[in-house]
Design a protein around this ligand. Structure first.
Ligand SMILES: [Zn+2]
Length: 684
């Protein structure tokens, strides 16, 4: 054995496992250590507002984590590549009868040994590439690789196809990404082998037992530093945030910091039959005595996109609508918001409802039907996304009198589908009068944002058809082009709503009709370092317009009262019932906006096919950021949530310590009443 030895002699005999000397591939692992540390801090903007003395705690914790991870991988790879595993397996061949004398046996031993060398290189390359890919993906999409895979596989092959299709990821692009991944994997394996060759020319040895002891010491140091750091609330918050970013962290602290709140038990989800039994009495009316209701759900429509240039029709419509002080989506993602909007329940229940057929069929839609409404669905979208079509309209769509979604369009592009829907809607307007609820879903405003070739596109320059899966890092110029794509798509959808309004006016039915326009969620353009939606419950991803134009003879609350009201998706159907003179209360959480006196909102972060585990509660101009202990949570079984931080409604941090008696009392005064509606037994 040649070369230096870093082992300590106290680690035992050469022959024992602890004393085994492992050759470390330092030419590979040293750059990896630097890479891991670099990736840990790729999102420097998260350190904004921290003083230097706070930053170094976070840096030290991240560096310790990287050291432990790289150290463990290096030790494991050294053991496999250098000695133990190879000898063990080759020895098995040598025990074959006549093996030692047999030349073909020797060739086989060599082949097995070489093969094992490659296997150890693959085993070293995979976690490194996985870690780097994960950091990259999280930095741009806010989703870890494992989470992404679980989102895809969580609900079976059919849903997997629906999800991939609805993301707009083209098949050739997906194949290209997979091929590139395989290519990088092969290159990584070759690099491990080559660097091992370089390292072996001047070997560096570590005794296995000593390496393990050192790692154990680092783990203890990590625990001590973390314990000390998290005693100071602001440092804890930043470290918790940093941990969320890292694909792997060793930690001894409960994630989240802030306040732990016990007895957070959600009321159980009612079955469809129970909910129907709890519906208040309603006197049915003839359709002629009920106004037609047009409810437009525009994909990814930001609350602040409405202006005379981008949305001339919606801007004009807005003058006749209730002017709510604030308007927020039920969540930052499509299917969870649909759930909130059409069941009038908190989106916290969305995934649980999708799993449980006994709960399918929206009680608030049923109530509108009992009142005398027929329900007509015209959707350009995949309404079967996470079974939401069945959750809302029942397992056989029995709550819809007519039903049309993307599956009826045979592969037409979004603008084409949206136009066809508008055409069919206008056709239907003339075929009846009153008592019809039209639920219209437009899709052109989904990224990559599209409009027909013959439609005006005044916002220039535009980015070329743009797929953000390949183009995470956009330059400021590209961002302008992407935003212009979005505005052109919004302008197109605005024109579709405008044509429906024109038809209603020309038929003299406008004043007698109820119109409602909203977005399913907002859309981010790097305001918080992310693109599109579904990755953070920040304001740009959750602020949507809620434009409600009542029919002429309906009650209009005073403007001063509406200005104090926060409209959310879950309030929309109860408000419709109230406008129609029916009891707005029922087996749901939403309130009539004609009576709502609070500015409360509950905004849920989607979690794929699993129960949402992060959400925000907005009240009194502040936003509490809450989460369950784990992303695998079953919300109906949980009894503890954490209030990890408080911001203002625009997501700026509020400098307030939560873990003091005073902080707790303030949180209770601000968020207590809305949290008590979600968790009746919550303990402060
Ligand atoms: Zn959406």
């Amino acid at each position: 054995m040649t070369g230096r030895c870093m082992g300590w002699t106290l680690c035992g005999a050469q022959a024992s496992w602890a004393g085994r000397r492992v050759r470390v591939n330092y030419a590979f692992w040293w750059p990896v250590f630097l890479l891991f540390n670099g990736l840990n801090y790729h999102s420097w903007e998260r350190f904004d507002g921290l003083v230097e003395s706070q930053v170094w705690v976070v840096l030290a914790l991240g560096a310790l984590n990287a050291t432990v991870l790289v150290g463990a991988l290096a030790l494991g790879e050294g053991l496999l590549a250098d000695r133990a595993w190879r000898r063990l397996v080759v020895a098995a061949y040598e025990e074959e009868p006549g093996g030692r004398a047999n030349e073909s046996g020797q060739g086989r031993r060599l082949a097995v040994s070489t093969l094992l060398g490659w296997v150890s290189a693959v085993l070293a390359a995979v976690p490194v590439l996985g870690y780097a890919t994960d950091s990259w993906l999280f930095g741009h999409l806010g989703v870890h690789v494992v989470t992404g895979l679980r989102l895809l596989w969580g609900s079976g092959w059919d849903q997997c196809r629906v999800i991939v299709e609805s993301t707009g990821l083209r098949a050739p692009v997906a194949v290209g990404v997979l091929a590139a991944g395989a290519g990088v994997g092969i290159a990584g394996t070759i690099i491990v082998r080559f660097t091992r060759f370089l390292s072996n020319r001047s070997p560096l040895h570590v005794r296995f037992g000593c390496g393990l002891l050192t790692l154990a010491g680092l783990v203890v140091l990590l625990a001590v530093l973390e314990g000390w750091g998290t005693r100071l609330d602001s440092r804890a918050r930043i470290w918790q945030e940093q941990r969320r970013v890292l694909p792997f962290t060793l930690s001894f602290q409960e994630r989240g910091g802030g306040l732990a709140l016990d007895r957070a038990r959600l009321s159980p989800l009612r079955s469809a039959a129970e909910a129907e039994g709890a519906l208040p009495l309603v006197v049915p009316r003839s359709p002629g005595r009920l106004p037609d209701i047009f409810l437009f759900v525009v994909e990814s429509l930001r609350g602040d996109i409405l202006d005379a240039c981008t949305t001339p029709n919606l801007t004009e419509l807005r003058h006749e609508c209730f002017a709510f002080g604030e308007s927020l989506a039920a969540s930052n993602a499509t299917e969870t918001s649909w759930y909130g909007l059409f069941t009038a329940n908190y989106a916290l229940y969305a995934a649980a409802a999708a799993r449980e057929p006994a709960t399918w069929g929206s009680a608030s839609l049923k109530q509108l039907r009992r009142l005398g409404y027929s329900v007509h669905v015209l959707a350009s979208s995949h309404l079967d996304y996470r079974n939401m079509d069945q959750v809302i309209f029942g397992s056989g769509h029995q709550l819809a009198d007519s039903f049309l979604d993307i599956r009826d369009f045979g592969g037409a592009e979004a603008p084409e589908r949206d136009r066809e829907i508008m055409r069919r809607l206008i056709e239907q307007i003339g075929r009846g009068c009153g008592g019809r609820l039209f639920l219209v879903f437009y899709e052109s405003t989904h990224h990559d944002y599209s409009w027909p070739e013959d439609a005006p596109a005044p916002f220039q320059p535009v980015a070329s058809p743009w797929n953000f899966y390949l183009n995470f890092r956009v330059s400021p110029q590209e961002l302008v082009g992407i935003k212009n794509r979005y505005r052109n798509a919004v302008l197109f959808v605005d024109s579709l709503v405008g044509q429906v309004v024109s038809r209603l006016r020309s038929e003299g039915r406008y004043n007698e009709s109820v119109l409602l326009v909203t977005g399913d969620h907002g859309e981010e353009f790097l305001e918080h370092g992310r693109l599109v939606h579904a990755n953070e419950t920040c304001r740009v991803q959750t602020h949507v317009p809620i434009l409600l134009k009542p029919a002429r003879d309906m009650a209009r609350p005073p403007a001063s009262a509406l200005a104090r009201t926060t409209a959310t998706h879950i309030d929309i159907l109860p408000t419709m019932l109230d406008l129609l003179g029916a009891n707005p209360q029922g087996p749901w959480a939403g309130e009539s906006l004609l009576r709502k006196v609070t500015d409360d909102a509950v905004i849920v972060q989607e979690n794929g096919s699993r129960d949402p585990w992060e959400f925000c509660v907005q009240a009194g101009g502040f936003k509490a950021w809450l989460h369950y202990p784990s992303s695998d949570t079953i919300v109906s079984l949980e009894h503890r949530i954490r209030l990890s931080k408080v911001t203002d409604a625009s997501d700026s941090p509020v400098n307030r310590r939560l873990d003091t008696a005073e902080g707790r009392a303030w949180c209770r005064a601000t968020f207590g009443s809305v949290l008590a509606r979600i968790y009746p037994d919550l303990q402060w």
